[in-house]
Design a protein around this ligand. Sequence first.
Ligand code: FAD
Ligand code: NAP
Length: 495
Amino acid sequence: MAPRCSWMWRLPRCPLLGRNLSTTRRLGAGRSLSSKSPTPQICVVGSGPAGFYTAQHLLKHHSEAIVDIYEKLPVPFGLVRFGVAPDHPEVKNVINTFTQTARSERCNFLGNVTVGRDVTVEELQRAYHAIVLSYGAEDKKELGIPGEKLPGVYSARDFVGWYNGLPDNRYLSPDLSSETAVILGQGNVALDIARMLLSPLELLEKTDVAQPALEALSQSRVKKVWLVGRRGPLQVAFTIKELREMINLPGTRPIYDPSDFQGLGDILKDLPRPRKRLTELLVKSALEEPGEKEAVRRAQCTREWGLRFFRSPIAVLPSEDGKRASGVRLSVTRLEGSGESAVSVPTGETEDMPCGLIFSSIGYRSVPISPGVPFLPRQGIIPNSMGRVLGAPAGLYCSGWVKRGPTGVITTTMTDSFDTAQSLLEDLKSGALNLSNSRPGASAIRELLLLRGVDPVSFSDWEKIDAVETAQGLKVGKPREKILNTEEMLQLVSR
Ligand code: FAD
Ligand code: NAP
């Protein structure tokens, strides 16, 4: 990292600009650093749902605050762009609301800036009155079992990134020549992957799936997908809408072991409501004879998927030459305790499942952003109370997956981001957040980035990229054809 600019913090004059920072673009609209009550300068790190919902709430409920959003990629929206499955376009409609927020004259988007590398959190702390860390959970959880790194084993995070056009994953090129795939984990991401592997191509062709993924999936030989859970049918992590979609996926049939579901009908009435409805659907689908039409449909299917319960992975088995995965060894488990909190314990029995394609879909993981920001490695979160970072000076907040861990849908993330924004607004009001000194905000950080050779991408730059992607998509009947590498994105907006 280039040496720090000592001038930056001796405001209001910036020798690089040769003028008073209060006259720079962001502060131009009648907001003077010398005014009695300085404009709150706030920045948000990360432009996923947490970043955008935090910014939205702050801008809506404070008539002066300026909110700058820093994003490491040249393109915004986090997992809405790089996580949500291509065949769920309706979920991506939140982008419209985020776009409204970004277009506010009190909001700046600074893409292509990695906080912790291009600019430090400490530098942001000196330039802003408050920082909200909303940088998600970008890493994957690891199984920590022998053979996990063998070719043929993919993390859900990488596979999802690959089919969604995440630049880092564009060379993944998974080997889809195996007829059987095993997905370890029974969450909604596991179901996304199963659907992507088994969906008829004509459904995927109309989505914004990355082109290399579409081509690879068109050559895929995968016919059967197992979703393996270490606990039982009452503990699956996926939700009812996604299960129903899987059960009805054209060209595929579910395979069940009826013994997994025996007796569950009797306890349904005692289950909490969402779990009750989900279990009802599982039991119905597994134990009831399908109607005539459904029976005909299932008989015609060439692809299938199944749920394997009470199996915990203990090793990925190598092929004879040791060069790739050829199966997975599972420990048969039983439950101790009941309900959501039941834990799986090994019975001592094991079972081998032959397959050449394995996905580890056991969840995502946040990483620390700076040695100066408290982080709980076991939980993978920033310690906080209502979004206020604990053990840090006032003015540091967090929202989204880095605040509460890598679970929850976009609406859950919205609620917790509004809570964090509310804490920040209360601190502004109560004086807990010190506004006595003016802060330069983005203008100072831009100067610093310039010195370091980093050229931030603005929201209107993103709109140029967006226009090119949608125009390319239109030609092939897709909502967009994603650009897959950052260099090409940056070329499109180079000045
Ligand atoms: P993210 O969306 O991950 O955003 C974090 C942002 O921070 C990213 O843009 C990242 O690039 C940026 N960033 C990271 N590090 C830095 C840094 N150092 N400097 C600057 N920027 C940084 N929910 C639904 O409601 N419906 C769905 O269909 C759905 N599908 C999903 C599919 C998958 C595969 C996954 C993993 C999740 C899905 N979710 C879905 C859940 C939803 O995506 C999350 O609730 C939500 O994205 C969490 O928001 P976030 O902003 O905390 O994290
Ligand atoms: P998740 O919901 O937490 O599911 C993780 C799965 O992995 C669980 O079945 C879990 O089993 C299992 N697991 C964890 N550690 C394991 C281990 N060491 N060995 C074996 N199994 C292990 O995570 P996710 O699927 O990554 O989804 C993340 C969040 O995004 C969820 O909240 C999800 O709802 C959301 N999402 C939503 C959608 C949608 O709305 N359509 C789509 C995708 C994702 P245990 O329960 O036994 O721990």
